[in-house]
Design a protein around this ligand. Sequence first.
Ligand code: NAD
Length: 479
Amino acid sequence: MLRLVSCMAPLSPGGLVYIFETYAIAGDALALNRPSCNDSGSGPSLQTRLPAQPFSAALFQEAKSMKAFEATQYFFDTAADRLNLSESTREVLLMPKREVQVQVTIERDSGELATFVGFRVQHDNSRGPMKGGLRYHPEVNLDEVRSLASLMTWKTAVVDLPYGGAKGGIGVDPASLSARELQALTRAFVDQIHDIIGPDTDIPAPDMGTDHRVMGWFRNQWEKYHGFNPSVITGKPVEEYGAKGREEATGRGVGTLTVKLTKRLGRKAEQSRVAIQGFGNVGTHTAKYLSDAQFPIIAISDATGTYYDPDGLDVQDLLRHSMTQPRGALTGYNNCQVLPVDALLSLEDIDVLIPAALGGVITSANVDSISAKVIVEAANGPILPLADKRLNERGVTILPDILANAGGVTVSYFEWVQNRQHYRWSLDRVRQELDRTMNDAFEGVWQLAQEEQVSLRTAAFMIAINRVRRAAELAGSVI
Ligand code: NAD
């Protein structure tokens, strides 16, 4: 029998709004009650899973308004159908173990109080401690964090790391805060969630809007409650127990697999014109890697515009310029054409498109204007299901996020291992192990996609679901 227990449990005085947890107890039959505890009465619905339905235009008629978690569920269900997974097992694997929403209040430099909403969603721990980034962005909400937490479960499984999945964030524009305010915000968030974070339970990392400084503040505040233990968080400054190569890791992984995929598809680097959406941590390192590998990078966008040169951009020049601008923006760069932000997606002369910024950017509304034959999902969830279906029908090869951007969590794992062993790896060793991990995962996904005649996304989900299901079976959580 499967039992679901929902509860309201304050973590620390003050800001907790609600929390629910699910406990699955395997017996001779599986059934699932949906969690219903939401004491505030006004929080988001806790129904985390829609009934399985066949893909239809009616279901996704307005793809633009589709919620992130529904999109993840659609990709999960497509793979689960191929695996003949029972409905009850799907429920256990898809529903998050715990969701937390907290109030985060700080004193602004002006002396005013400012209040924000913070989230941590712990999706699954069948394969090990839960792992996932912290995002500071104005559009962070529970649905998005839930979707990203679920993606982390499948991502750690597809690259075979001994982790589960989680995600967190705060609905805030970090650019609107001073460094002191950002630090105060991070410490106030830790005050609210430190009890559910730990090296053997849930290990955060950087994501959009957070970096090694934020990770350092997070660790310092957590250690005030729990004592010295740098393995509680990854992506820390290298001189403060961080790993060499962590900052470049996601971009390096994206670059490595883009080279591998284009070669596999019979495309030469020099003839594969690349466009990258986003020039933050992931976008810059991807651009550097591919430019060094002789790929012409003809367009790069950030929140300030699209920077375009059909003869190829000078990536080093762009990087030098961005370092002179607040928050690394490309504002004011004029050694190329400057187009509106959204122009990048509809450029006609692109072979490889790499979304490396926000989720949900390729939808039914703009999919027909995309010319690329290869899309590498450096961002999490950049393509919504209806657009994904159309791109597959058009023969576009998509390297899915759970594989393409797994380099970051892979080196986070190496950082955690080093912290636990009180030992340091060289940059060469980190890069070698990262390249090997990414290559092995790619080969597994590619081979299954060929054997089963499915997309790379469905193959990646099939591998990941099978690994999580097996772990849950061995633990007795599913039968
Ligand atoms: P970041 O905050 O360092 O950079 C984000 C970039 O996106 C910035 O250049 C910003 O200007 C740009 N941007 C914002 N809105 C845009 C728009 N509308 N059009 C074009 N560009 C826009 O974030 P990041 O760490 O590079 O993360 C980018 C993506 O990669 C996210 O989806 C994140 O979840 C994913 N990801 C990051 C990591 C990591 O290690 N940092 C790991 C895995 C996945």
